[in-house]
Design a binder for this molecule. Structure first.
Ligand SMILES: [Fe+2]
Ligand SMILES: [Zn+2]
Length: 370
């Protein structure tokens, strides 16, 4: 056994480490055993974990612990030795990438030339960083050929395919399966609420817009939810709890999902809003909590369509609007069907967009270090 050390306090199932710098870490024994980074506990080639937590008892405790400067050494009952440094452990505290900046009616998405976004790595990294912070981005001067959205795959992709089409055409179509195929107003919504994991990124490419009206509208749904949570925490809770059915279908396709409108992570941070007036199905009138839910839903709908939160602008031919679709809702004003208007949609996933940014940053770091 090591000598008792004033900088190490041993509790029943955890260790309190007082580092020489004055900072304190509270570390559970199971955590300390699980995250051992020795070559027996890791696959060194891939940096993956090999050690399996159920191979040790739940009440495992180190036989000996010692602190030598910033080096913490533990010896386990089977003789296995684990070493941590203060910097290893503090780096784990800092791994928070969830920052975002809310916006309302005065917001204008950052604009970048389409071709430069594809060709210029540092411009693409700046554009994606902006996108992750604000949830919206506008690419301009894109080709107006159908299928142009395929060209974004190296930056955002792969394309997330859903039923109906790989690239969706949005134009007035008397046989269309969705209100988007009329010239009616489209209230703010996200697409494919009828999937249990709706696409988390949507690109809307205007090929031609010669119709009067039809201004595009986007809403920062998370900002709206933050406001609602502040004013009416009970409404917010009801939206997190009530399962709501959504359906989108035509003769050949049937998509259906049941989920609450709002999803939070374990810390209560909002991670997804699901909102589609057109796809929402009728709720069971006897569902427990339906009265509370409807009051909350009314308040949410009022905020999502309020002028205060709606950023609106006209998309011209060659414009591509990209939105983080679990956060930012899109819609449009009604337009006059006499003029040509043709939009195409494709979907991507935010995890893949983040991956592209990380790879661009690594590449940039390598170039800077060369
Ligand atoms: Fe849509
Ligand atoms: Zn180990």
């Amino acid at each position: 056994m090591s000598r008792p050390d004033a900088s190490l306090l041993r509790h029943r199932d955890a260790l309190e480490v007082h580092w020489p710098s004055g900072t304190v870490s509270h570390l559970y024994f199971l955590w300390l055993r699980d995250n051992c980074s020795c070559e027996e506990c890791r696959v060194i080639q891939t940096s993956e974990k090999r050690f399996l937590i159920s191979d040790v008892p739940a009440d495992i405790a180190p036989l000996a612990v010692s602190l030598d400067g910033d080096r913490l050494v533990l010896v386990w009952p089977d003789g296995h030795e684990t070493v941590y440094t203060r910097t290893d452990i503090e780096a784990l505290h800092a791994a928070d990438t969830g920052d975002w900046t809310p916006w309302d009616r005065d917001f204008v998405p950052a604009r970048y030339p389409f071709q430069a976004f594809l060709d210029d790595d540092s411009l693409a990294a700046a554009a994606i960083t902006e996108f992750l912070d604000r949830g919206a981005l506008l690419l301009r001067q894109a080709p107006t050929r159908p299928g142009t959205l395929e060209l974004l795959a190296p930056r955002l992709g792969p394309i997330r395919e859903v039923l109906f089409a790989r690239i969706h055409d949005v134009q007035v179509d008397p046989g269309g399966y969705n209100v988007a195929h009329t010239s009616n107003t489209l209230p703010p919504h996200n697409d494919f609420a009828s999937y249990s994991w709706p696409p988390s990124v949507q690109a809307l490419h205007m090929l031609v817009n010669e119709a009067a009206g039809g201004e595009s509208v986007i809403v920062d749904g998370w900002n709206v939810l933050g406001t609602l949570r502040e004013r009416h925490p009970d409404h917010f809770r009801a939206l997190c709890e009530m399962p709501v059915p959504f359906r989108e279908f035509d003769d050949d396709n049937e998509t259906y999902a049941v989920a609450p409108l709002v999803r939070c992570d374990g810390d209560g941070n909002i991670v997804a809003l699901r909102f589609s007036n057109q796809l929402m199905q009728t709720l069971d009138p006897g569902a427990p909590g339906i009265g509370e839910f409807y009051r909350a839903y009314h308040a949410l709908c009022g905020l999502l369509t309020a002028d205060k939160f709606k950023a609106s602008f006209r998309l011209d031919g060659g414009d591509i609007l990209i939105v983080a679709a679990h956060r930012v809702l899109h819609g449009r004003e009604a337009f006059e069907a006499a003029g040509a208007r043709h939009l195409q949609d494709a979907y991507f996933e935010l995890d893949n967009v983040r991956n592209h940014l990380v790879v661009l940053q690594r590449k940039g770091g390598r170039i800077a270090n060369d």
